[in-house]
Design a protein around this ligand. Structure first.
Ligand code: 4AD
Ligand code: MG
Length: 462
């Protein structure tokens, strides 16, 4: 079936042509002489207006042309006299491909709440808001590959099923084919994982970093971009149980190089969206967040502040603020603290570095003080932490000591330690939570609204 996408119809050069357009009816209105259908096909936030001269059509034929139905229209593309559009299709024919019973189609009127739309996530891409968000999301994914490709990074596919716990937090989803109602047991009464599919306990990955390091210490610079899974019971507007993460890992990089890459990277992505998603971003700004475009440009135009955890804690302690979670040196900073620094104190994105080793993962490089590690988190307005990363501990003995100190099962880590045994190099990397970036760029406030089918505690619908 040959059709022209609506985004192409909006090109002024198309005026005067005979076209076939297909899409879903958003609204139909009019009188007995003329009817107007607003049609959308997902290629753009903009609808095309279909003009139906009622001398050519019967009421009966138009009856199934209701909100949500799908139609194929042929006609001539002409300049529009009406307000709000430059062109419209004067229809010669309209064929209903699929009707949508007005009694049961849930997207009748405009202005459904985002909460309600989450309950009908299978249909919400048909709304302006979600089609805009999903187009921006797609553009950002492309920008990410473009950025790393332009810089000669190798895209490395790391496994989703793994037997190691990168973040050491234990918040992993088990993967098993054992019959949960009839578990095989060893002699001492434990589950016999040797009978399981992989012959040992496995889980969905929380991060591709460890395998990313294997790639970086061979290929020089790699990035991963894939789904990651966290079984933590976090019911916040910034946490998902399944989210996508981008993890570059670069050999011969120190933490300063790492911060520079992170800053360039997010700025590149935001600029790409500003350039390529103007209609969608403007729509979202108008609907949800009038300051959105200013905020995006502010981030791309300003240098991120760099400060150590110790300096950050000092500022928070001296702020005179009452935080829900107390601040003291050693405390894991909460989103309220991060946002205070970014939104109130500096009014700029912040890269915080050199955290106490106790609150960070085992792989971060220990500083000379023996207390802090060369971690770096990028903190954003409205989001808090958008990136987490570090320079890695490249020294075999120091890494081993940390692994033992933190009681990380040694035998699972032999292959990781081999990178430090054979030609170890300084290296660094970070992880960007893709949905947090999409959240920032779209101005949405809940992470469940920037992924097509969110997975959160007690929710795996669709
Ligand atoms: O800070 P995190 O846990 O770091 C890592 O996983 C490292 N292995 C990354 C690396 O150095 N290669 O996660 C990285 C980012 C966070 O900054 C945040 O943006 C996002 O992933 N993130 C989540 N996004 C949505 N839902 C969750 N539950 C998230 N947990 C982390
Ligand atoms: Mg983190």
């Amino acid at each position: 079936m040959k059709r022209t996408k609506i985004i192409e119809l909006l090109n002024p050069e198309m005026i005067g042509r005979d076209v076939t357009v297909m899409g879903w009816v958003r609204t139909r209105r009019g009188n007995k002489h003329v009817q107007f259908v607003a049609l959308n096909d997902g290629s753009t936030i903009r609808n095309i207006q279909i003009v139906l001269d009622m001398a050519k059509f019967t009421d009966e034929a138009l009856k199934p042309v209701t909100t949500g139905s799908s139609v194929c229209v042929t006609g001539k593309l002409v300049e529009s006299m009406g307000k709000g559009q430059t062109c419209e299709v004067q229809a010669d024919s309209i064929e209903v491909l699929g009707s949508a019973d007005p009694e049961s189609y849930p997207l009748q009127k405009k202005g459904h709440s985002l909460e309600f739309l989450r309950e009908i996530a299978h249909l919400r891409p048909r709304t302006n808001t979600f089609s805009a968000v999903l187009r921006v999301r797609s553009a950002l994914a492309f920008a990410i590959h473009k950025f790393f490709n332009e810089r000669g990074f190798v895209y490395l596919h790391t496994p989703l099923i793994t037997a190691s716990d990168c973040e050491g937090a234990g918040a992993m989803f088990q993967v098993t084919t054992l019959d949960l109602n009839n578990l095989p047991k060893t002699e001492d009464g434990k589950v016999d994982f040797s009978a399981d599919f992989f012959g040992k306990p496995t889980a969905l990955t929380v991060s591709g970093q460890l395998e990313g390091e294997l790639g970086a210490t061979a290929l020089g610079a790699i990035y991963t971009f894939g789904p990651t899974f966290r079984a933590e019971n976090s019911n916040t507007p910034r946490h998902l149980s399944e989210f996508w993460m981008i993890e570059p890992e670069v050999s011969f990089f120190d933490n300063n190089d790492n911060m520079e890459l992170a800053e360039d990277f997010v700025k590149y992505c935001i600029n790409y969206a500003l350039e390529h998603c103007e209609d969608d971003i403007n729509f979202l700004a108008q609907m949800y967040d009038p300051e959105l475009v200013d905020r995006l440009k502010f981030v791309t135009h300003n240098e991120f502040v760099r400060l150590t955890y110790t300096e950050g804690v000092k500022i928070l302690e001296q702020s005179g603020r009452k935080f829900e979670f107390p601040v003291y040196w050693g405390a894991d900073l909460q989103s309220e603290h991060e946002r205070y620094l970014v939104e109130k104190h500096f009014k700029k994105p912040v890269i915080m570095t050199d955290y106490p080793k106790e609150i960070k993962a085992f792989y971060m490089k220990l500083n000379e003080d023996g207390r802090t590690v060369r971690g770096m988190d990028v903190l954003f307005p409205k989001i808090g932490e958008i990136i987490g990363g570090s320079e890695r501990e490249a020294d075999y003995d120091k890494l081993l000591a940390r692994i033992e100190e933190m009681h990380i099962p040694m035998k699972d880590m032999w292959w990781y330690l081999d990178t430090r045994r054979f030609g170890t190099v300084p290296h660094a990397g970070f992880g960007l939570g893709f949905e947090r970036l999409v959240l920032f760029v779209t101005g949405m406030t809940n992470i469940r609204d920037v992924i097509p089918f969110p997975r959160t505690p007690n929710n795996a619908e669709f």
